[in-house]
Each structure stands twice: as structure tokens, then as C-alpha cells.
Design a protein around this ligand. Sequence first.
Ligand SMILES: [Ca+2]
Length: 105
Amino acid sequence: MAVFIINQDVETKEPVVEVTVDKEKPLPAGRHRFRLVVMDDSGNPSQPDEVEVIVAEQEAPTAVLKAPKVVALGESFTLDGSASFDTGGGQVVRYTWTYVGPSLM
Ligand SMILES: [Ca+2]
């Protein structure tokens, strides 16, 4: 495990390293580049190889649907999804509403 700081090299003898992320200061969402240079036992460095990692908030939001218990026959009414919320630092940006049909008693 290693804390990575921009343009500050991390050296290991192992071929795998964890990018340790502080949950209080996560990498921001978006594209992040990492570079690897390896060295052989004679001290010859490789050309660098780079990859791009996409950091994305992946926790699903929670839908909370509110509606009046009873409405008068023939009257319009409102469905309210404003109590829906997201976790993981995101926000709800779209609501898809569906009339599922009459409930069976
Ligand atoms: Ca989310």
C-alpha cells in the first residue's frame, strides 16, 4: 500500500502496489494517469508505460416515492420523489416514473 502524490515516485520491490486512498480526501471523479518504469538487476531503466484510471462514484441512489393515500375520483394528484437521495458524494439528477397498474386487493 502506498499513498500517491502527483509526480512523486513510489518505489517497490514487489510487482503490485495498492493506491491507498484517504476516504476523507479521495481522488476526484475523472480520469487519472499512472506511470510505471521498471529497472533490471543491472540498473537499466525501461521506457515508461502509462495507464488511465477512471474514478467514478458507483454507489446506487435510493428512490423514495411519496403520494397521497387517497385521491378523489377524477382528480389529478402529485407523486413526490424529492426525498430520494444518493450516497457516495453524488446527487440524483433524473426521475423515471411508471404507472405499474391497478393493485390486486
Ligand atoms: Ca451514488
